[in-house]
Write a protein that binds this ligand. Structure first.
Ligand code: AP5
Length: 222
C-alpha cells in the first residue's frame, strides 16, 4: 500500500516564525510549501487585478476577501506536486469560513501547528525582517543576518513590515485565531516559538517524526 504524504498546517501571529520554520520543514520533509501571503504578494508583483485588490487589504492589515484567497490556495493544493509530496500550508485558513471552504474541497490536515510567541517579541521581529529577492530567504538584522555583503546589499523590506502596520495585523490575528483553533483542536500541537529558530524547529521536528511513526504503524497493521 502506498504511503499517504503528510498534510500540515502552520499558524501563528505575524512574525511568529511561520516562514522561517517552513524553510526548515521543507528542507527535511520535502513537502510543498504553500504560503497564502506569498501567493498574494506574487499577484501584486504580477500587477493582476486580484493583486491590486489584495494590496488594499494587506496595507490595512486586514484579511483579503475569500473570493481572492480561497481559489488561489485550492489551486496550489490541487497541483500534482502537492498531491505527490504532501503539503505545508502556511497562513491559511485565517477564519472559520476559510477552514470550511477547505474541508468542502476535501482537504483535511494531519496536523495543525500553532506557533506561540509573546507580542512584545513580534514587533521586534517584524521591524528587523529582511528578504532576499533572489533566493526568497528570510533574514533578520539581529537574529539571522545575511551571510555575505552581497546579500546584505540587496535585501528588501516588506511593505507591511512597519510598527504601525504590524499592530493592525496583530489585531486581525487576535480577532480570528480562536475560531480557526477550535476547528482543528483535535490535531493541534502548540509550539513555543520564542526560542531560537533551531530550538523551535526541534519541537516541530519531534511532532512530525511522531506523526510519521504513527502513520507507519497504522500501515503495518492493515
Ligand atoms: P503573511 O505574509 O502570511 O504575513 P503574517 O501572517 O503577518 O506572517 P509573516 O509572514 O509576517 O511572519 P512569519 O510568521 O512567516 O515570520 P517569519 O518567519 O518571516 O500575510 C500578509 C498579509 O496577507 C495579511 O496581513 C493579510 O492581509 C493577507 N493574507 C495572508 N493570508 C491570508 C488569508 N488566508 N486570508 C486573507 N488574507 C490573507 O519571521 C519574522 C522575522 O523574525 C524574520 O526576520 C525572521 O528571521 C525572524 N525570526 C523567525 N524566527 C525567529 C526566532 N526563532 N528567533 C529570532 N528571530 C526569528
Amino acid at each position: 500500500r502506498k504511503k499517504e504524504p503528510l498534510r500540515i498546517m502552520i499558524s501563528g501571529a505575524p512574525a511568529s516564525g511561520k516562514g522561517t520554520q517552513c524553510e526548515l520543514i521543507t528542507q527535511k520533509y520535502g513537502l510543498v510549501h504553500i504560503a497564502a501571503g506569498d501567493l498574494l504578494r506574487a499577484e501584486i508583483a504580477a500587477g493582476s487585478e486580484n493583486g491590486k485588490q489584495a494590496k488594499e487589504y494587506m496595507d490595512k492589515g486586514k484579511l483579503v476577501p475569500n473570493e481572492i484567497v480561497v481559489a488561489m490556495v485550492k489551486d496550489r493544493l490541487n497541483g500534482p506536486d502537492s498531491r505527490e509530496k504532501g503539503w505545508l500550508l502556511d497562513g491559511y485558513p485565517r477564519s472559520s469560513s476559510q477552514a470550511i471552504a477547505l474541508r468542502e474541497f476535501g482537504f483535511q490536515p494531519n496536523l495543525f501547528i500553532l506557533l506561540e510567541v509573546p507580542e512584545e517579541i513580534l514587533v521586534e521581529r517584524v521591524v528587523g525582517r529582511r528578504l532576499d529577492p533572489v533566493t526568497g530567504k528570510i533574514y533578520h538584522l539581529k537574529y539571522s543576518p545575511p551571510e555575505t555583503e552581497e546579500i546584505a546589499s540587496r535585501v528588501t523590506q516588506r511593505f507591511d513590515d512597519t510598527e504601525e502596520k504590524v499592530k493592525l495585523r496583530l489585531q486581525t490575528h487576535r480577532q480570528n485565531v480562536e475560531a480557526v483553533l477550535s476547528t482543528y483542536e483535535d490535531i493541534t500541537v502548540k509550539v513555543n516559538g520564542s526560542g531560537s529558530k533551531h530550538e523551535v524547529f526541534a519541537q516541530i521536528d519531534g511532532s512530525l517524526t511522531q506523526l510519521l511513526e504513527q502513520k507507519q504503524e497504522k500501515l503495518g497493521t492493515v
